[in-house]
Design a protein around this ligand. Structure first.
Ligand SMILES: Cc1cc2nc3c(=O)[nH]c(=O)nc-3n(C[C@H](O)[C@H](O)[C@H](O)COP(=O)(O)O)c2cc1C
Length: 481
């Protein structure tokens, strides 16, 4: 059955051993985030788990961190697939989106608080970089709407809590939320805006994918779930939100009103600057009975933010290459899990059909995806295995012949600290394409033939050597030996 809310996902995490419940009362101003930082900084992908703080001082609600993006396995489980099936699940959802359905009665509106009762301090909103962030921040899906088309957008935009009824939102020119809110505010009207906390895992994962403007994230979430998302109308504003979510914060973004936002720990690993950003007034908080508050941790990578964005955007790029550009020879694509797909390293596996084909695909990806480094390898390389990837680069990549540099690419300075110089006017970024596909046949692999290797495996067992799972890297090599 599809997972319709974040609470449906908790037993799944329990089942795969990826949830830790913490009973000790915690201070949301530092403890949950600092523990989440240890989880991501100290543990490898295959050892991480979601954190569920049952007792947050000053709030009646539990706080969950890192549920969807603690590991590749958790992300896959949220979509009901195995890790190696994530990209194909995305491609299927993008090919078969499902329009949401409207319901009148919703779990997310079991409790309705409006006016003075709608206080943000009721929620266990954490400080994410204790000692450095300006305030507690809401880090979840933000819903806005284009007044002209009625099409809604879901994206995650960090939101600084100014007081019980006021927030400052980090949306920038060009972002879909800004384009939507502009359709109201440029006419002097307040723009409806809502924060959705603890919706279906698929809604969360679709919200962080770089979909085109006008492409409805909730329809794609329906495609991922295999059933339409149930949506309900907000109580005080004209927006539709997922009915099965845990908590909805409703508000109005005020025309022409900005305030200083930040500093806030950014996904790139540095503190982001203070800038003027739009202000919204909270009009209502609605929630389930006994709701779960769920917030994303970002900041120093790897983090939940970089994990979920990398994994969602890889499927999206692969889909674009195959369906929009007809590049059927591309077999797989992975984005490193440390930079969220933005300014990150993307690795494409493909069978080049003609000389220069790999570079051509690399240029294509560089043009439409916000990746900074793009490496192309043959399909006989496990693109998620750093050892195998390094080998391919050493064995099949000749820098002088196989490199394309794309210069003068605009990246925001605080997102890409590598482009900073002492000259404050200089902010030009660049991209690199590395074609590490094999250009000539270098002869057989220096491994015994498959039959001998498989026979040796039997001897391995017979003499009682410790069990192991054959890594994909070894399987691919032995198959060609
Ligand atoms: C935890 C987290 C925080 C994010 N914060 C912001 C933010 O403050 N501003 C922003 O523009 N994008 C932010 N993003 C990235 C966007 O949510 C993401 O790129 C999304 O696809 C944007 O949606 P849009 O393309 O519909 O604008 C964040 C992502 C995550 C996971």
């Amino acid at each position: 059955m599809a997972l319709r809310s974040i609470r449906d996902f908790l037993p799944v995490l329990d089942q795969i051993g990826r949830l830790q419940r913490i009973k000790k009362p915690v201070d949301r101003m530092w403890e949950p985030a600092a523990l989440a930082k240890w989880m991501f900084q100290a543990l490898p992908d295959d050892k991480r788990f979601g954190l569920y703080f049952e007792n947050v001082q000053g709030s009646a609600m539990p706080l969950a961190i890192g549920l969807l993006g603690n590991s590749t396995e958790a992300y896959a489980a949220a979509l009901g697939v195995k890790a190696e099936e994530i990209n194909e699940k995305w491609i299927d959802a993008l090919r078969h989106p499902k329009r949401p359905v409207t319901v009148e009665k919703a779990a997310c509106q079991e409790v309705v608080l409006t006016g003075k009762d709608a206080k943000l301090s009721l929620l266990p909103i954490p400080v994410w970089t204790p000692g450095k962030d300006a305030a507690p921040y809401i880090t979840t899906n933000v819903v806005t709407r284009d007044a002209n088309t009625g099409i809604q957008n879901f994206g995650v935009y960090r939101t600084q809590v100014k007081d019980d009824h006021t927030v400052i939102i980090n949306i920038s020119p060009g972002r879909h939320a800004t384009r939507n809110t502009d359709t109201y505010t440029l006419k002097g009207k307040p723009a409806p805006i809502a924060w959705v906390i603890g919706a279906a895992p698929a809604v969360h994962l679709a919200a962080v994918a770089n979909l085109a403007y006008g492409q409805d994230e909730v329809e794609v979430a329906g495609g991922l779930m295999g059933e339409p998302v149930a949506m309900v109308k907000c109580k005080t504003i004209d927006l539709m939100v997922p009915a099965e979510a845990e908590i909805i914060i409703e508000g109005e973004l005020l025309p022409g009103v900005t305030e200083a936002e930040g500093p806030f720990g950014e996904f790139a690993g540095f503190m982001g600057p203070i800038e003027q950003k739009p202000v919204a007034r909270i009009t209502a908080i609605t929630h389930r009975q006994k709701p779960i508050y769920y917030g994303y941790t970002s900041q120093m990578p790897p983090s939940e933010s970089t994990m979920i964005q990398s994994l969602s955007n890889a499927g999206l790029i692969l889909h674009k290459l195959r369906d929009a550009h007809g590049e059927r020879s591309v077999t797989d694509l992975a984005i490193d899990l440390t930079f969220g797909g933005l300014l990150a390293h993307g690795v494409v596996a493909m069978t080049p059909l003609f000389p220069g084909h790999a570079k051509q695909v690399g240029r294509l990806v560089a043009a439409f995806a916000p990746l900074k480094r793009i490496t192309i390898v043959d399909p006989d390389v496990d693109i998620r295995d750093p050892l195998h990837l390094e080998w391919a680069l050493n064995a099949r990549y000749n820098p002088v012949r196989d490199t394309v540099i794309i210069d003068d690419v605009f990246f925001p300075l605080h997102m890409d600290p590598s482009i900073r110089t002492n000259d404050p006017r200089s902010f030009s970024g660049s991209k690199i394409i590395q074609d590490a596909t094999q250009k000539i046949d270098p002869g057989p692999f220096s491994l015994p033939p498959r039959e001998i290797m498989m026979k040796a495996l039997e001897v391995w067992k017979e003499v009682g050597l410790p069990d192991f799972e054959i890594p994909k890297r070894a399987r691919l090599r032995i198959d060609k030996s």
